[in-house]
Write a protein that binds this ligand. Structure first.
Ligand code: C2E
Ligand code: MG
Ligand code: MG
Length: 713
């Protein structure tokens, strides 16, 4: 007991032995006999002091004490219970101390003790699990990315390998490190790709084409990062596109070049084809208008620099439409090719030619003296003129030429072509198969023509057209026998415009029918009015344009005018200009006969200015000839004109025709005409063309001339 208390009093022993955790402290004799136990274990109450530990347990304790292993937590069996115990020995009392704890309880205690640790551990575990999960995710992402990257690299390398282009990776000295399967685009050497590694790229076609530029290319890539070029190789004559870019290291130093090469021969060929189509005429192979504009612009720039002159010749095949209409388009095309060939011959070494469109060609040349241009134009006219045999048919061809010049006429291509075209128009007008130089008067005339064209279209609607009447008088008595209806246009924009100017334009732009119809209706109505003021059966002559005679509608127009106005057709004369009539006599004859059937009569106007043969008059159903003003004008002084006028008069009479002389301005002319037996006179001597209201006064106040010159009947 003393020992027990000593034990209890000894803090160090107490600390070692007594714990509140269900430990049992034993004091044992050296042979394991129990001396004291605290607390007293259940079942020990009665026989505590007679009981001893088993010999085996005691030996184990003794062994541990002797080995100094007193605090090792011996696993013992005490009265059938498994415990863990620390042992000690108190030599003064020869007592063994045993601080035991049941093993089962120990685990429970451990658990309890370990609870905070476990919580921390659980937290740690959770954190670790979370971290593991995150790490797992990151790692899976990294792994996905890696897999993806690997996949991409695989795909890319496959794509590069299978690319139809050649892809070559070289180091920065152009030594080949990699080449894909199309390296040998130019089929230069068999197995070139296999042996290419380590060789310079420019050792192999088509890359050889870059040999002379490789340094320049390197420089350009070092500044801009890449280089692109299209080259044709001498090796196979093919076109290749080269696209080269660099690969740099993190220090921006070029380590490699990637060269991608493509065979673009097909594309180049298509481009060339397109270029040909866009710039050359397919029929003649000559440059077309588009190309000409570019070429001529360059020519003018050079001429400007060299202080030279350029002539532009605009050519048009005369009556080409007739060839097409008569022989068909195949023959027309052959003719164009032939003219092109002849032009090439005429212009060889002197000028350049192009095919503008249809039957129009353009020739241009640098020159220093105008005579050179004249000579060239003459040569062209001469060379083209030779008749040609196409499909066994002989065709006569000629061209008309208009010429403009740089810098005299204009400074730019558009202006020069336009002016040459204006000059061409002049050549067409004056007989064809000739050339004309542009002058600014032509330009003014053309501008005026355009202005007339645009105003004339609305002239009728704007009531700007009126009819005036000029009397026709008996040459001998001076009596008014009738009138000629003449058209007047007083444009609100252009002022009065002469019919000499606008009738032709009206024909061209197709408004002549409307104008002609208006003139005829007005003249018929006015004639009926005039007749009321005269006891004679006054007549009315109305001019018919040849274009109006081009189709049968003219017959309806005349018959409508007669029916609607009620005019007596026998007082209606239709004046048709001679030159145009003679040219188309066969075509027009049936139509003219129909007009006669309506009861009208026909007069040939401006006789003597057109067709030289008079024979056609015998077949032509005409009742009157009108001698042109030009003969009357000079007949007093000019014997030829006088003779011609006399001849016309006697010939007409022989054909039972009457003769009107127009443009009589003085009494000498009148006297001569009376002498030659002319029937009717018209001119300022009798009356100027006057408006309707004045005509009535003229008729009413008409005095039979008693003055010298008229013979009274
Ligand atoms: P034309 O039929 O030969 O008409 C005669 C022209 O000579 C008229 O010119 C008339 O004013 C002019 N004239 C008459 N006497 C003299 C004279 O003594 N001296 C001079 N210097 N001239 C004289 P205008 O009216 O300018 O007509 C010119 C041409 O215009 C006409 O020539 C005719 O071909 C055409 N024209 C006029 N009106 C019409 C029309 O209504 N229809 C058609 N289709 N053509 C018309
Ligand atoms: Mg007339
Ligand atoms: Mg006339």
């Amino acid at each position: 007991m003393v020992a027990f208390y000593r034990i209890q009093g000894d803090k160090s022993i107490m600390k070692n032995l007594i714990t509140p955790d269900g430990n049992t402290i034993w004091l044992l004799g050296e042979r394991g006999q129990v001396r004291l136990s605290y607390p007293i274990p259940r079942g020990f109450v009665s026989d505590l002091f007679g009981w001893r530990l088993s010999t085996e347990t005691t030996s184990t304790i003794q062994y541990n004490l002797q080995s100094g292993l007193t605090k090792q937590g011996l696993a013992l069996e005490v009265k059938g219970q498994h415990v863990l115990a620390n042992v000690g020995y108190i030599p003064e009392y020869q007592l063994i101390t045993l601080n035991s704890h049941p093993t089962g309880k120990l685990f429970h205690t451990w658990i309890e003790r370990m609870q905070p640790v476990a919580a921390i551990f659980a937290l740690f575990l959770l954190a670790a699990l979370f971290a593991y999960r995150v790490a797992l995710q990151i790692s899976s992402k990294i792994s996905d990315a890696r897999l993806k990257a690997e996949g991409n690299v695989h795909k890319l390398s496959k794509a590069i390998e299978q690319s139809p282009n050649s892809v070559v990776i070289t180091d920065n000295n152009w030594s080949i490190e990699y080449a894909n399967s199309h390296f040998d685009l130019a089929n230069a050497k068999p197995n070139a790709r296999d042996e290419a590694k380590g060789h310079n790229i420019i050792d192999y076609p088509p890359y050889t084409v870059l040999t002379n530029e490789i340094d320049k290319i390197s420089n350009e890539i070092s500044t801009s990062g890449n280089w692109f070029g299209e080259r044709k190789t001498g090796h196979d004559g093919k076109w290749y596109s080269f696209s080269i870019s660099h690969i740099t290291n993190p220090n921006d130093k070029i380590t490699h070049y990637v060269t991608v090469v493509q065979d673009i021969s097909g594309r180049k060929q298509a481009e060339a084809e397109l270029f040909k189509q866009a710039n050359f005429d397919p029929l003649t192979g000559l440059p077309n208008r588009r190309r000409t504009n570019q070429n001529l612009t360059k020519e003018l720039q050079t001429a400007w620099k060299d202080k030279k002159k350029v002539a532009v010749l605009y050519l048009d095949i005369d009556n080409f439409k007739n060839v097409n209409d008569t022989f068909g388009h195949m023959v027309g095309d052959q003719l164009l090719q032939l003219v092109a060939a002849r032009l090439l011959k005429s212009c060889k070494g002197k000028a350049k030619i192009c095919h503008i469109s249809g039957d129009e060609f353009l020739v241009y040349a640098t020159y220093s003296d105008k005579k050179e241009v004249t000579k060239l134009a003459d040569q062209i006219l001469k060379d083209v003129e030779t008749p040609v045999l196409i499909e066994g048919k002989q065709i006569f061809i000629s061209v008309s030429i208009g010429i403009s010049r740089y810098p005299e006429d204009n400074n730019d291509v558009v202006g020069l072509i336009k002016f040459a075209d204006i000059a061409l128009f002049e050549s067409k007008k004056y007989g064809r198969n000739c050339f004309s130089f542009f002058n600014h008067d032509l330009d003014r005339r053309l501008k005026r023509k355009h202005a007339i064209e645009s105003e004339l279209r609305t002239a009728l609607q704007h009531n700007e057209i009126q009819m005036v009447y000029q009397s026709k008088n008996d040459v001998n008595t001076g009596q008014i026998i009738g009138f000629e209806a003449l058209m007047r246009w007083k444009s609100s924009v252009l002022g009065p415009v002469s019919p000499v100017e606008f009738i032709e334009i009206a024909e061209e732009i197709g408004v002549i029918s409307a104008l002609g119809e208006f003139a005829l209706h007005q003249a018929c109505n006015d004639l009926i009015e005039f007749q009321k003021f005269s006891d004679r059966m006054l007549r009315m002559a109305v001019n018919l344009s040849i274009r109006q005679l081009n189709d049968d509608s003219v017959i309806d127009m005349v018959s409508n005018a007669i029916n609607e106005t009620g005019v007596d057709p026998s007082t209606l004369e239709l004046e048709i200009t001679e030159s145009l009539l003679a040219e188309n006599i066969n075509k027009l004859l049936p139509r003219l006969e129909k007009l006669l059937e309506l009861g009208t009569s026909l007069t040939i106007d401006d006789f003597g200015t057109g067709y030289s043969s008079l024979s056609y008059l015998t077949t032509f159903p005409v009742s009157t000839l009108k001698v042109d003003r030009a003969f009357v004008k000079d007949m007093v002084f000019n014997n030829n004109d006088a003779t011609l006028t006399r001849t016309i008069i006697s010939m007409a009479h022989a054909l039972k025709m009457k003769v009107v002389a127009e443009g009589i301005e003085d009494r000498d002319q009148l006297a001569m005409l009376q002498e030659y037996g002319c029937d009717i006179g018209q001119g300022y001597l009798f009356s100027k063309p006057i408006p309707r209201s004045e005509v009535i006064t003229l008729i009413e106040t008409e005095n039979l001339p008693t003055t010298v010159g008229f013979r009274t009947k």
